[in-house]
Structure formats: C-alpha cells, structure tokens
Write a protein that binds this ligand. Structure first.
Ligand SMILES: Cc1cc2nc3c(=O)[nH]c(=O)nc-3n(C[C@H](O)[C@H](O)[C@H](O)COP(=O)(O)OP(=O)(O)OC[C@H]3O[C@@H](n4cnc5c(N)ncnc54)[C@H](O)[C@@H]3O)c2cc1C
Ligand SMILES: *[C@@H]1O[C@H](CO)[C@@H](O)[C@H](O)[C@H]1NC(C)=O
Length: 495
C-alpha cells in the first residue's frame, strides 16, 4: 500500500478508517470478532466501535427476529442503553413505558411502582435532567428492538456486519488461544474471520460454550406465549404477575394493541398430558379460569387462533472467561428464569462494564491477551453487584411463585402480604427487580424478612393453642427458605 502523506489529520484519519474497513471486508480481520447480533452482540459492537476499535459482527440471520423473549426492559437496563448512546433504538417502535408491577394473588392485588431515587449512583447534572424523574422501563416487540440495535451497528463506520453462521472457533495450533471464527455463508461457502478478541454471544442454545463452561443449563419449566389483541389490563403501564394455586403468569403490553401473556408450565405437569388435551387443554381448562376476568375474552380468542409458542426457562450460573482471545457473554454465559425480565438488563449492563474495562485507556491493544484476561477476571466479580441480585432474585422468586409444597405456599403468601405492608417493603424489592439497586445485601434482607413474615402469618393462622406445632412448622418454612436461596448464592461465589 502506498504511504499517504497528508498534512490534514482529518483525512489521514479517514484513510486509516478506510484501511481498516478494507481489512475487515476483504481480509476479514478486525480487533474484535463478535458472534451473534442479538441484544448483547449488537450493543457491544457499537460500544467498542465508539472507542475506535475495528469490529466484525457475525449474525446467522439478519431478518427481523420473531420471538417471545426479551420484550420488557427494566429501568436499570434502559439506563444502561442510554449510557451506551442507544436510546434512539427504543424510539419509533411503539414501545410502551413501564412504571412498575402489579401482583395479583387470588382475588387480591398490590401495585408496586418503581421507586424514585432507587439508584444511589449520582449522575452528572446534565445526565440527570435527561432522565425521567421516576424510573421507567420499556416493553416492545423484541424483533423491532433487535433490528434497531442491528441498524445502529450497520450504520457505524467501524463495524462490518456479515450474515453468516459461525460453525467453529479457530484455535492457535501451539497455544490454546482463540484466533477467530470459521463460518458458513449461504449454506455452502466457508469463511474465516480473525480478531485479537473473539466474543461469543450466540444466545441460550450456544453451541460454542461447551468446552469452556462446565455447567449445563437447568430447565425446570417453559414459558408458553400468546399475543393478546386489545386486551384490557387491571393497571396500564405495569407488568402483571398472576399468582394462585398454579405456576405464575405474566402479562405486559408490547404495543398499542398487543399484549404478551407468558404462562409458566413446569416440566411433566399432569394437566398437560395428552389425555388432558396437551398444552392447549391446560391453558383452556386450568389457566383461563385463573386469569383476571377482563383478560379472559382476549385470551380465549388468542388460544383459538392457536399461535402458541414456547421457550425453555433456563438457569446457568456465570463462569469466568479464562481462555486467551475468547470471551463468552450474554445468555451463552449466564441465564436466570425470565420471570423477573432481567436478561437484557444484565446484557446491557455487562456491555457498559466491559466497555469501561476494555477501553483503550485501560487496554491499549486487545492483542495483549494477558491484560484482557485480567480485565475479564475483574469483570466476573464486579458485574455481580448487579447481576448476582438479578440471578438470585429470579430463581428464588420463581420457587415461591411456582410454590408446589405447603412451605413454599406459606412463603408465597408471606411474600404477597409483605408487599401489602408497602413502603420500603415494596420499594426496595422492586428496585432490585428493576436492576436499580446494586447492593446484594438488600436482597438477602428482604428475602429473610419475607421468610419471617410468612412464619408470623402461620403462627397467627394456627392460633395460640397450636403454638408448639406452629414453631415446628415455622422452622420447616425457614429451612425451606434457606434451601431455596443458598444454592443460588453459592453459584455466585464460584469463579
Ligand atoms: C421466555 C423468555 C422471556 C424473556 N423475557 C425477557 C424480558 O421480558 N426481559 C428481559 O430483559 N429478558 C428476557 N428474557 C431473556 C432475554 O431474552 C435474553 O437474556 C437476551 O435476549 C440475551 O441476549 P443475547 O444477545 O445473549 O442472546 P440473543 O438475543 O438470543 O442473541 C443471540 C444471537 O446470536 C445469533 N446466533 C446464534 N447462533 C449463531 C451462529 N452460530 N452464528 C451467528 N449468529 C448466531 C442469533 O441469531 C441471535 O441473533 C427472556 C427469556 C425467555 C426465555
Ligand atoms: C472509528 O474509528 C476511527 C479510527 O480509525 C475514529 O477516528 C472514528 O472516530 C471512529 N468512528 C466513530 C463513529 O466512533
């Protein structure tokens, strides 16, 4: 290549950028190769490219995704999106503001708005005034949001997007370092992409994590989804959680006319057997009558239309990235039950943290793989201030909300009665759920307060005469609370 001498630094920057573009397009070489243009991959590509890294983004299908996942972004995830300069990706897609949750428990209900001032991090003045005064999330059609994120990547001068399916990682022959990715384009053509860092974020069914992550995702239930049209809801702009004698149901608006319903169905539930009419039988006979009356007509219509879809609800604890040249992120790395809608907030906050840790000031060259690994070690522990809360809360709350024994049913009732007490007893729990509070101790405090409140309810219900029995039962309830939460706490303490 001829040496270009130019007095203006702007045009030499331009020619440098052109050179890097050509390196990506023709030679498939970049600083970073990202596998999967989902929520995490697209946002990470933009964040790193904004820091002047040269980025290749690989996606097996650039068609707008049509999925029942990732439709409600918690306020703490929305804040991360804004920090990344990607606020516009939620504009003009008919996204609905979300201001809190409402929990229905049999015939009772409690509204739990996101609290003002839940975040203790003080932003700069300008940043603050741009924020809504009380935290807001957004709910929307997943595919529209992902398409907008991809559009931001496609428009970025430092990113090249390729529609191709990654098939394997390219390993150095003499070290274990990952050098890039092999892929299949148009089902016939083999391609190779090389980067100092390869990021794998190919989602829940990742086919690359196997040799690097020694846990397998645990699946205890599925979410079955339907789209309801013009369905009235008890509290607009709230996510609705329906509790009762069966597994929980979620409802939230995803567009002016569309509402998503997700029904949790545990594995091997007798009412879903073929003799009972399969999943459709379960939804019609068991779920329909348990829904709020105003929701039932649109649920019936949707069920008759029959566009039923399901997704596994997985748990996968996080693992530290320890392989040179490789980082596994997003659902490929870490998953929790989607009951609390935490996945995208984890993904976007992870992107914020990684772009800080890998910034050119901290890591001048991504080819310094030892330094990059050290930054990922820091990432593994530092992200927990937020992500351990979201992971543990989702799993523990799911156990309570899908209560299948008497102790769990007491904890479920105790949890609802605790919310009814109001004040800090709803503000902090929903601040945790909304990805706004970054103090894991707050979660422990409220979880065990719920356990004690459940025992108090049990004692009151049994009456004074049965006090000795109540004490034994209370111990069993407390023991159950420990059994519910400690495995998920331990899972967070491992590297
Ligand atoms: C039923 C359900 C409901 C959920 N609801 C919510 C919610 O309301 N709120 C929330 O925050 N989270 C929710 N989640 C979780 C959320 O969807 C995920 O955490 C989030 O989508 C993870 O983002 P990701 O980028 O890691 O993966 P994905 O968004 O799944 O992206 C992975 C991308 O990789 C691509 N890809 C895969 N393999 C290859 C390959 N070999 N080569 C190239 N590309 C490839 C895929 O096409 C896809 O575009 C839900 C999850 C489930 C299961
Ligand atoms: C892209 O990278 C170049 C360096 O090659 C940099 O000058 C430019 O500002 C970057 N563009 C954006 C939009 O960040």
């Amino acid at each position: 290549m001829p040496l270009i001498l130019d007095s203006s630094s702007e045009s030499s920057n331009q020619s440098e950028a052109d050179g890097r573009e050509e390196l990506r397009r023709v030679h498939h070489e970049a600083d970073v190769v990202i596998v999967g243009a989902g929520v995490l991959g697209s946002a990470l590509a933009v964040a790193l490219a904004d820091q002047e890294r040269s980025v290749i983004l690989l996606e097996k299908s650039l068609k707008e995704p049509d999925r029942i996942v990732g439709e409600l972004l918690q306020p703490g995830g929305y804040e991360a999106l804004i920090k990344l300069g990607l606020r516009q990706t939620l504009e003009g897609i008919d996204a609905i503001p979300v201001t809190g949750y409402t929990v229905l428990y049999y015939d009772e209900s409690v509204a739990i708005p996101y609290p003002a001032n839940a975040t203790q991090e003080a932003g700069s003045g300008a940043e603050k005034s741009a924020k809504p005064s009380t935290p807001e999330g957004r709910s929307f059609h997943h595919g529209r949001f992902v398409s907008r994120l991809r559009a931001a990547a496609l428009a970025h001068p430092n990113i090249s997007v390729f529609e191709t399916e990654a098939t394997s990682l390219i390993k150095s022959t003499h070290t274990d370092q990952i050098l890039g990715v092999e892929s299949l384009t148009g089902k016939t053509e083999n391609d190779y992409y090389f980067g100092s860092l390869t990021v794998v974020c190919d989602g829940y069914a990742s086919k690359f994590r196997r040799p690097y992550i020694h846990h397998t995702p645990q699946v205890k239930s599925k979410f079955w989804g339907l789209e309801l049209i013009d369905c009235p809801l008890p509290t607009p702009h709230h996510g609705i959680v329906v509790l009762g004698k069966d597994s929980p149901v979620l409802l939230y608006q995803i567009g002016t006319h569309e509402t998503r319903i997700l029904v949790d169905v545990p594995e091997g539930l007798p009412s879903t057997s073929t003799a009972n009419g399969g999943i459709k039988g379960h939804l019609g006979k068991v779920v329909l009558p348990s829904l709020p009356p105003m929701v039932q007509p649109s649920f019936k219509v949707a069920l008759e239309k029959g566009a039923l879809r399901s997704m596994p609800n997985s748990f996968l604890p996080p693992t530290m990235n320890k392989t040179r040249g490789l980082a596994i992120l997003g659902d490929a790395l870490n998953m929790r039950h989607p009951l609390t809608g935490g996945g995208m907030s984890v993904a976007l906050n992870d992107v914020v943290l990684i772009s800080e840790l890998l910034s050119p000031e901290n890591v001048p060259e991504l080819s310094d793989t030892a330094l990059v690994l050290e930054q990922f070690r820091i990432f593994h522990w530092r992200r927990k201030a937020l992500t351990s809360i979201i992971n543990i809360l989702a799993m523990a709350l799911y156990s309570l909300f899908a209560a299948n024994d008497w102790q769990l049913k007491y904890l479920q009732k105790g949890c609802f009665r605790y919310f009814q007490l109001g004040g800090k007893r709803i503000e902090e729990p929903v601040g945790l759920l909304g990805a706004l509070i970054r103090r894991p101790f707050v979660l422990l405090y409220h979880f065990f307060s719920v356990a004690l409140w459940s025992i108090w309810i049990l004692i009151q219900e049994n009456g004074l005469l049965l006090l000795p029995l109540s004490l034994i039962q209370g111990l069993l309830v407390f023991w159950k609370a420990c059994v519910v939460i400690f495995p998920y706490i331990f899972a967070e303490l491992r590297s």
